[in-house]
Design a protein around this ligand. Structure first.
Ligand SMILES: *Cc1c(COP(=O)(O)O)cnc(C)c1O
Length: 372
């Protein structure tokens, strides 16, 4: 089945009790069991799992081509559970450009959890291999990265991780499963902040881990979620299921709009560079073209004139909204370093754009007048 069809029909069985075409939201926190405690269904208590959540998990596993999924209350909770599932003493090798809260988690929380972390440039095979240790259990990367829009060769990193006896986790938030399926490239786990494209409307916070195999990684993460409690609520799960149905359609438009904007402003005299994997000028455009179906709705622009010039552009836009987050219908702009804080290594002249579903010409007009 093709992806567009799968997105509409994955785990979309009609409700057996009522014939309802769209799924009910199961709010019950507890589920009937036999007097001797024996289960009578797949469910017992909602922290362990509930039917709306399970339906979303089945749908996510299907669209990613995995065997199982777990959904969480946030993308960061999904990442924390992946890390907390490791034995203490484990080492995790991260790509140098990752979502900034995961950087905080690595530096501040992993030592408390008895884990160690290293950052390396995983686009450089030699540097990456040199950073591996005998205790490396997990290699962690994003592609495209946030906010530098770097592209990593996911299949190559998967081979390197597996040769070292480690697992490979990909944060697939920027591409979404509609544009890139890391499990098909050899990754063991895909992480999503479903707050972004999967939800798609800036109105729900949720995260997921999708597993190639229903094996030890899945079992440990499920146990971690059950004991520590960062589950997705039934209502969040329901909203994400709803978002998933239109994901391929939205990603097509996000990608087309972003490509049009990137081409229109790349040569603008006040633009130093446009970081977008769909541009032939992107240093790893070929890798992106190989592993992505389209190039997505995220891009960064470096403005000539440094911090003041970048903030100046962000203050002159009329259609783009100054707000953080990404992946929804409305276009957003953000002076990223201002949000990431003083430890950030993001360039001061960088604006991150989340290109929405408006008409591309209106978005180009808006940026052009703001750059003028
Ligand atoms: C937003 C984001 C996260 C964190 O997700 P939350 O739902 O905000 O917890 C993780 N990775 C990437 C790439 C993100 O953009």
């Amino acid at each position: 089945m093709r992806f567009e069809t799968l997105a509409v029909h994955a785990a979309a069985e009609m409700d057996a009790a009522t014939g309802a075409v769209t799924p009910p939201i199961h709010l019950s926190t507890t589920f009937h069991h036999a007097p001797d405690g024996a289960p009578v269904s797949d469910f017992s208590y909602t922290r362990r799992g509930n039917p709306t959540q399970s339906q979303l998990e089945a749908a996510l596993a299907a669209v990613e081509g995995g065997e199982a999924a777990l959904v969480f209350g946030a993308g960061v909770a999904a990442g924390a559970a992946a890390l907390q599932s490791l034995e203490s003493g484990s080492h995790v090798l991260f790509h140098k450009d990752i979502y900034y809260t995961f950087k905080t988690m690595a530096e501040e929380f992993m030592p408390r959890w008895g884990l160690s972390a290293t950052f390396a440039d995983l686009s450089d095979g030699k540097a990456a291999r040199a950073a591996l240790r005998p205790t490396t259990r997990l290699v962690w990367a994003e592609s495209p990265t946030n906010p530098m829009m770097e592209i990593l060769d996911l299949a190559a990193i998967a081979r390197m991780a597996h040769d070292a006896g480690a697992r490979f986790l990909v944060d697939g938030t920027f591409a979404s499963p509609a544009l890139q399926r890391p499990l098909m490239l050899g990754a063991d786990v895909v992480l999503h902040s479903m707050t972004k494209y999967l939800g798609g409307h800036s109105d729900v916070q949720s995260g997921a881990l999708v597993f190639a195999k229903r094996g030890d990684l899945y079992d440990r993460a499920a146990h971690t979620r059950h004991v520590l409690g960062p589950v997705a609520s039934p209502f969040s799960s329901w909203l994400i299921l709803r978002g998933l149905r239109t994901l391929p359609c939205r990603m097509e438009r996000h990608s087309a709009n972003a490509q049009a904007i990137a081409l229109a402003i790349e040569k603008h005299p006040r633009v130093a560079s446009v970081l977008y994997p769909g541009l032939p000028s992107h240093p790893r455009h070929d890798v992106a073209a190989r592993q992505m179906k389209a190039f997505g709705g995220m891009m960064s622009i470096r403005v000539k004139g440094g911090r003041a010039a970048a903030v100046g552009v962000a203050s002159k836009v009329k259609l783009f909204l100054n707000a953080t987050s990404l992946g929804a219908v409305e276009s957003l702009i953000e002076h990223r370093i201002a949000l990431e804080g003083p430890d950030s290594t993001t360039p001061e002249d960088l604006l991150r754009l989340s290109v929405g579903l408006e008409h591309p010409d209106d978005l180009i007009d808006d940026l052009t007048q703001a750059l003028a």
